[in-house]
Design a protein around this ligand. Structure first.
Ligand SMILES: C[S@@+](CC[C@H](N)C(=O)[O-])C[C@H]1O[C@@H](n2cnc3c(N)ncnc32)[C@H](O)[C@@H]1O
Length: 288
């Protein structure tokens, strides 16, 4: 097997020169040849897409993202398949495992939590497999920020409150402080900031926001295990959420939503259902 880093470099270089023809030929949601990288959704098996479910049901080998994929989903849809958790395995182990199974004629699926496109590290596995001659593709899923917003019964964009959404993560072992942009997003005022991979660092993140002079009354909601049976919502503000989360004791697997949309207050009726057609709006602006 080619060294995964060399494979990734080679695939990236090839992309710089030639566009992948499959971008033109195939659509998202289409079942294709090779190994699908499937978004399992946030947890509830019902939030797996129909295509994702069909692929998982017919798989012989399911490589999944460990505890972030609900074991109920695995029990319900692929109890007879071989199931392997990717936790603790590097590319050197995962790639030959999936390649060999695929080449021996077994149906292989790679199950990521939420959507593979958000903090999923899917592309590096796909590149390493493609370099070995194994085609891959993505089947999208419901990312946890969307499950959290559904739990909070809000919209991440909300007229008059939030015009933008940021999917972000806090500084830590894998992100340098200068690459932590949470303060900038919050400072923009009309952004709903969804913090992934930051449950353990909510206190420090809020302290930094306070030190930088952000409004301590800015709403923050933390949704632990959105869509799971043990889901819990902890609500507060930049000034209070750190202590509340500390009391609740969650250190992982939560979505932190910062901004007024988390509280669904103060929004304005949108043009769309307010005489929009009479204001000269175009069809493309009306897409909802
Ligand atoms: C490695 S990232 C994977 C994100 C995933 N690809 C997605 O689209 O949701 C893991 C982080 O996603 C968030 N997360 C995943 N599942 C969640 C859930 N059910 N409820 C809340 N947050 C979740 C947490 O912030 C967790 O630290």
């Amino acid at each position: 097997m080619t060294d995964p880093q060399e494979a990734i470099d080679a695939e990236s270089a090839a992309r710089a020169n030639e566009r992948d023809p499959r971008i033109e030929e195939q659509t998202a949601g289409e079942v294709q040849g090779g190994i699908p990288f499937i978004g399992a959704g946030p947890g509830d098996p019902g939030l797996l897409t129909v295509t994702g479910r069909e692929l998982v049901e017919s798989a012989d080998l399911v490589v999944h993202a460990g505890s972030l994929v609900n074991s109920e989903l695995l029990a319900e849809y692929c109890a007879d398949a071989e199931q392997v958790s990717s936790i603790g395995k590097d590319l050197e182990e995962l790639v030959p495992l999936m390649r060999d199974a695929h080449e021996s004629g077994r149906d292989v699926v790679r199950l990521h939590s939420g959507d593979p496109a958000v903090y999923g590290a899917a592309v590096e596995q796909m590149d390493a497999l493609e370099h070995e001659g194994v085609p891959t593709y993505i089947v999208p899923g419901v990312t946890s920020a969307f499950a959290a917003s559904a739990t909070l019964r809000t919209q991440l964009t909300l007229n008059g409150v939030s015009n933008h959404v940021a999917f972000t993560r806090p500084q830590g072992k894998t992100l340098d402080p200068e690459d932590d942009h949470i303060g900038e997003f919050v400072g923009m005022g009309d952004v709903t900031t969804c913090v992934y991979l930051g449950t353990h660092a909510v206190g420090e993140t809020m302290d930094r926001l306070l030190e930088d002079g952000h409004d301590p009354d800015t709403p923050v909601a933390v949704v632990y295990h959105a869509s799971w049976p043990d889901e819990e919502v902890i609500e507060g503000t930049i000034g209070t959420i750190g202590e509340r989360l500390e009391e609740a004791g969650y250190r992982a697997s939560a979505m932190v939503v910062i901004g007024d949309a988390a509280r669904k207050a103060g929004y304005e009726r949108s043009y769309l259902y307010d005489g929009w057609a009479n204001r000269g709006g175009t069809e493309s602006e009306a897409d909802d």
